[in-house]
Structures are given as C-alpha cells and as structure tokens.
Design a protein around this ligand. Sequence first.
Ligand code: ACO
Length: 430
Amino acid sequence: MQEALEAHDGVSKGKYTIGLGQDCMAFCSEVEDVISMSLTVVNSLLKKYNIDPKLIGRLEVGSETVIDKSKSIKTWLMQIFEKSGNTDIEGVDSSNACYGGTAALLNCVNWVESNSWDGRYGLVVCTDSAVYAEGPARPTGGAAAIAMLIGPNAPISFESKYRASHMAHVYDFYKPDLASEYPVVDGKLSQTCYLMALDSCYRQFCNKYEKIVGKQFSISDAEYFVFHSPYNKLVQKSFARLYYNDFMRNCSSIDDDAKEKLQPFSNLTGEESYQSRDLEKASQQVAKHLYDIKVQPSTLLPKQIGNMYTASLYAALASVLYNKHDSLDGQRIVMFSYGSGLTSTMFSLRLNNGQHPFSLSNIASVLGVTEKLQSRHETLPEKFIDTLKLMEHRYGAKDFETSRDTSLLPPGTFYLTHVDSMYRRFYDQK
Ligand code: ACO
C-alpha cells in the first residue's frame, strides 16, 4: 500500500497517493522474475483460450529488465513450445525502456499484415520488474507481465494509417550500470520529455488523420485515451496536455468556458508551456470532466500495480476492456506509448464485440481483474525493502538457491528454484 510506504519513508501524507496518484505497488518476490512471470502468462493464455502451441508462428518479447545480455527472454519461453514440437517461431526481444512492448507488438502486427505471414498467430509478451534505488522514484516501481495474441478477425484492430512516432536522443532514464538493476533517472527531465513526445506524436497523429479523413481530429473523436503510466499523476497531466493542444488548434470541441480559462496561456512558447504550473493546473481543471469519462477507466491496474514498464500501457488497455467490455463495439481507443531515451508512438485501435473465445466479454471474464486484485497479499514496507536488498545481492549472481516458497503464488505460477555455477536459471511450476 502506498499509504503505508508514505508513513515508512517519512514523507508528507498524500505524497504518493495524491501527489503521484498511486494506490498500491507490486514487486517480484525472491522466487519470481521477468522470466517466471512471462512463462506464467504465456502458459495461462494458451490454456485459457485453448490454443495449440503449434499455432504460434511468431513470438516477440518486450522488456527492459536485463537478465542476460545475449540470451533473449523469448528463448526461455521456447520451453513451452518445444514440448509440442514447435520450434518454427520467429522473433526475439525488443528493448528500449518502457517502449519495448510496443516495438514487439508493432513487429507482430506488421508480420501478420505482411507477405511473410504463414497463417499462424503472433504472440507478444511484455514483462518487467520496475525497481528503483532508494529515493523519490522508488514508490513509482511495479512488476507485471502481459501476453497478447495477434491474428486476423480480432476484436481489437489497428488503424495503422494514423500511427505517429517521436524518437530522439536524451538522457532522461537509462541503465548504464550493468552491475545494477536500477536505472539512472533524471525525474523532472523524464516528465518533460514524456510530455514533449506526447505533443509531437499527437501533432503528427492529427496531421495524418486529417489528410486521410479530411477533417480535423480532436479528443472528441476517440472514446478512450490510454497512456503509458509511470504513475497516475503524469497520466492526468498528459490528458490535460492533449486538451491544451486541441485548444491551441482551435478545435470546435473546446467549450467557451475552457477557452476563457486557457486564453492566458495561448502565447506561451512550447518551452514555457512545459514549465508553467498555472497552465498545468488550469488545463487539468478544464479537462477533468472528460478525463473521468475517457481516461479514468484505463487507470485501474496502473494505480493498483505501479509502473510495469513495457506492460504498463497494455495493463491500462486491459483495464478499459475489463471495465467497459459491454459498450466498446465500434469505439476507438487512442494509445500513447513512451520509452525513455527516447522512443514514443501514438496509435489508434478500433474495437468490435468479436467472436467467442475472442469476444470482448470473454476476454474481460478471462482477465478476472477484480478477483486477481482481491487475491493479492499485502506486504509491509520493511519486507519490501528487505526483498529489494536481497535482489540487489542476487542480481548477476550465480550459484544460489531460492527459498522455493510458493505459499503466496496461485497454482500454475512459474517460479525460480536456483541458478547454478554456470549462471543457468531453473524454473518450476506450482
Ligand atoms: N500531498 C499531495 N501532493 C503532494 C504531497 C502531499 N503531501 N507532497 C508532494 N505532492 C505532489 C507534488 O506537488 C507533485 O505534484 P505535481 O507533479 O502536480 O507538481 C508530486 O506530488 C510529486 O512530488 P515532487 O516533489 O514534485 O516530485 P518527487 O521528488 O517526489 O519525484 C518523480 C517525483 C520525479 C516522478 C519521481 O518519482 C521519479 O523520478 N520517478 C521515476 C521517473 C518517471 O517515472 N518518469 C516518467 C516517465 S519515464 C518512465 O516511465 C520511467
């Protein structure tokens, strides 16, 4: 619980819960890591949707959690497919901070749309453990893995023509110390880079839409906006920023009251606009009613789990599917993916109810978000910090056994048993 962490860290009450907008945070126990989590989600997806492992033709993993500098996480996942005799699976890992999952997803979607497609499914896995050194970034950690099946006639389809990216060279968050799992973070710079990338992607996205559709795009043209969520406050600021963009572009969707409140900021330079606290406040206030409708449904899992790095954006999408599955037919969701360093893409999804087992209602029921959240175990801050210390010690280490304590893991979960003297990692399934 972020509330307990505030008290433990001795920061002012509300700093993590209101200031960052986070409720809870997940972390890997000493028997789990990004490989065990990805084994669990792939196995679970194949089982719950009754997919023959032979039907997977491409498997892509997005992650920024380095366990091995050469061997991809994808190769560990091959254990699941080798058993059924399927070794003919393209794809490896993609990495660039929180963007690797999106790179993996675009690769898979492009493959299904290409001449190389052999008629089988693509599978995308996003898996990360987000841990930070002691300090203000630590409460923005999290951990999760997500698996997504890619194929034709899906209930969620890409409107690929409007896809827009912004890529640049910056040092906002990076992991140059290969002996440590922790990133080097310039927190303030990373926030500004995120918002600048958002502006740039939105501008390009709108231009592309306008060229193809012949009318202006504004936030009223999508039912939901789903953002990469390092912490919820940045998501609130991001939607307000899109609203401010629409105001500056004279979109008819901006009402007179909002125009009046944003008018004092109409002459700010781009740079000034990122630094203006007054603009931040005014735009969040005028966008609030639309935030509640178009963004809030996506915030459930990110607020409860924390930053999941590559999985964050897709956990936010899963939250919309879970919360709104019975009213999504025909609707549009705009997604914004950001990875420090930096790489970012805005893209658009169109939804339809779909056919069983891939109907939105079945996907929502398989997700079982409420039950999963309710079955979590609460850990005291002291135990969380002890675990991080143990993991610091084990990072890059060889020749150790884990406790093999699976008492907190649901049946079917994979877990790490030991790492041998050759650094080879071994997993078992509960
Ligand atoms: N009650 C309510 N709000 C509070 C309280 C309180 N008691 N105390 C502070 N706050 C508010 C602040 O006013 C501020 O709000 P604002 O952003 O609306 O101004 C907010 O809490 C954060 O507090 P700060 O003092 O500004 O920042 P802090 O030193 O805690 O650091 C930061 C926050 C920079 C986000 C840090 O957690 C960090 O570096 N995180 C990792 C980097 C990151 O996630 N970047 C995002 C993109 S890159 C990526 O995805 C990794």
